[in-house]
Ligand binder design. Structure first.
Ligand code: SIN
Length: 527
């Protein structure tokens, strides 16, 4: 694998200097930028616009132990239980202890969460033992948080450059991260030199044919960090959301778990509930359990979906979930009167760039937070609505860590890179890769299918090794790297745990596998 996707000579590029460079404008990126602002010059890059991130489409909400019956300890226990043995307890402790304060800061920054009876309205989601999910405008929580953070970022005068595709993370000869290369929409490549580079670039939902994630989630930050020599971990653990709207020809729109939290139930094609027989928590069992049960019903009944029966919520459902009901009604489905057809879709990547509890990676100068990072809080399966919280808590910790050190952008170096010349951009469409991942590296995996996937992914990767100029090729190169990392880890882990299920190794094997898989590329090829 090439170290950089494009050839360059630093001396020939426009160079932009800053103390802290943040890449990504979801909750993690913007919050880190706001928190880092008092300590130095901050510059934010985003691939498309401030409107495009996974944060903006988050529905259910943000988990925090603020209810009267709740406590950080209960939140800690639920998170560990969902993570199936692979959470880092120290990281989870940080999350649950610092989470409530971060949520209050979000409120001070202008986020308007829904309220009831003088306090915040709290809902329940799968595998939570308490009502602890704050939400906004019913089911538009992410958009409300995004709006508030974007407005505050503008008010604070933080520069955000839109339309900047992260091509690669720049490292010097000692392996220290010195910034990033980004390509704008006119194809101009620039070097952004920074004392601290924070990747908050999100996950890789676009690896799969069926995904609840927006188009921008192509794993660019994780793939770039990997090329630079950063450790990535836990990539075999992909969370599939059980209930995405299933209508041929329409995108896999998320039907929030909170809908089940408020009482909706799942029915098979014969109109029968099936979850009570599968798990004591029925529809609110951990996501992997519900998603696989749905898949099982679909295959037994030979159907393309099951049904989420929202009729029990009556008209109150429309008031509580205005966005979801309006979307369904726009497609001719009225959830007050009829069940919603649903099926699982890829939703969240538990793994990512390996960090410590201050967001530091193994490369000096490189930090990661949000879905791009593996901080240790999700283990093998993320507890619902912990991810927005993670973005806040660990983004703030990065800013705090940097505050004591005042990172200063490095001086210009003679860094240059010449790509080995190979045939470029020739193989494998994005759709083929997504189809392959869905079929062989999806909810249910087995050794032979994973082998087949890796063979084809290697061919696709070889066709993407040359100098890449077309933006679609850059994206395909990142997807192909991410796909190979996920498939290789899934093949290696010969057990089933959390979001990773192997039909040929269906049991959890703590004796051999109570450990993380860490992948690392050793870069070379400098001139
Ligand atoms: C949902 O609303 O079901 C998604 C929440 C999450 O993935 O955390």
């Amino acid at each position: 694998m090439a170290r950089y996707l494009m050839p360059f000579r630093l001396a020939e590029l426009e160079q932009v200097r800053t103390d802290v460079l943040v890449v990504g404008t979801g909750i993690a990126g913007l919050y880190t930028a706001l928190k880092a602002k008092p300590h130095g010059a901050v510059l934010v890059l985003t691939k498309r616009s401030l409107e495009d991130s996974n944060t903006g489409v988050a529905q259910g909400g943000i988990a925090a132990a603020i209810g009267r019956e709740d406590s950080p300890q209960l939140h800690f226990e639920d998170t560990l239980e969902a993570g199936a043995g692979l959470c880092d307890p120290a990281a989870v402790q940080v999350l649950v202890d610092e989470g409530p304060e971060c949520v209050m800061e979000l409120v001070e920054l202008g986020t308007r969460f829904d309220r009831e009876g003088g306090g915040f309205a709290l809902t329940r989601e799968g595998a939570h033992s308490e009502r602890r999910i704050l939400h906004a405008h019913g089911d538009a929580t992410g958009e409300e948080i995004r709006r508030a953070l974007a407005e505050r970022t503008a008010a604070e005068g933080i520069a955000v450059l839109e339309g900047q595709f992260l091509v690669d993370v720049l490292t010097d000869a000692d392996g220290r991260c010195v910034g990033a290369l980004a390509r704008d929409q006119r194809g101009v490549l620039r070097a952004f030199l920074a004392g601290a580079t924070v990747l908050a670039t999100g996950g890789a939902g676009q690896l799969y044919r069926n995904s609840t994630n927006p188009e921008v989630t192509t794993g660019d930050g994780i793939a770039a960090a990997f090329r630079a020599g950063a450790q990535v971990t836990d990539l075999e653990f992909v969370q599939f959301h059980p209930t995405a709207l299933c209508r041929p020809g329409t995108p896999k729109f998320l039907i929030s778990e909170a809908v089940r939290g408020e009482g909706a139930v799942l029915l098979n094609a014969r109109g029968e509930r099936f979850m009570p027989d599968r798990h004591p928590r029925a529809e609110l069992a951990p996501r992997d359990v519900v998603a696989r049960a749905i898949l099982d019903e679909m295959s037994r009944e030979g159907t393309a979906c099951v049904y989420l029966d929202t009729r029990v919520l009556g008209e109150a459902g429309a008031a509580r979930f205005p966005h979801i009901y309006a979307y369904c009604r726009g497609l001719g489905i009225d959830p007050v009167r009829e069940p919603i057809p649903v099926a699982p879709a890829a939703h969240y990547l538990m793994g990512g760039i390996r960090t410590d509890i201050d967001g530091r990676t193994n490369l000096p100068g490189l930090y990661a937070c949000g879905e791009a990072a593996a901080t240790g809080i999700h283990g093998a399966n993320r507890l619902a609505s912990n991810s927005l919280l993670e973005g806040l808590v660990f983004g703030r910790r990065i800013a705090r860590y940097l505050s004591g050190r005042r990172p200063v952008a490095p001086t210009a170096s003679s860094l240059a890179y010449v790509l080995p010349v190979r045939g470029a951009g020739a193989s494998g469409t994005e759709e083929e890769l997504q189809e392959l991942m869905w079929r062989e590296v999806g909810l249910i995996r087995e050794g032979e299918g994973l082998h087949r996937a890796l063979v084809r992914l290697r061919e696709i990767a070889e066709g993407l090794e040359g100098p890449l100029a077309d933006p679609a090729d850059l994206v395909r190169a990142n997807l192909s790297t991410m796909a190979s990392l996920v498939a290789a880890a899934a093949l290696e882990r010969t057990e089933s745990r959390g979001g990773h299920f192997r039909a040929d190794h269906p049991s959890r094997d703590d004796e051999r596998w109570l450990r993380h898989l860490v992948q690392r590329h050793t870069p070379g090829n400098f001139v």
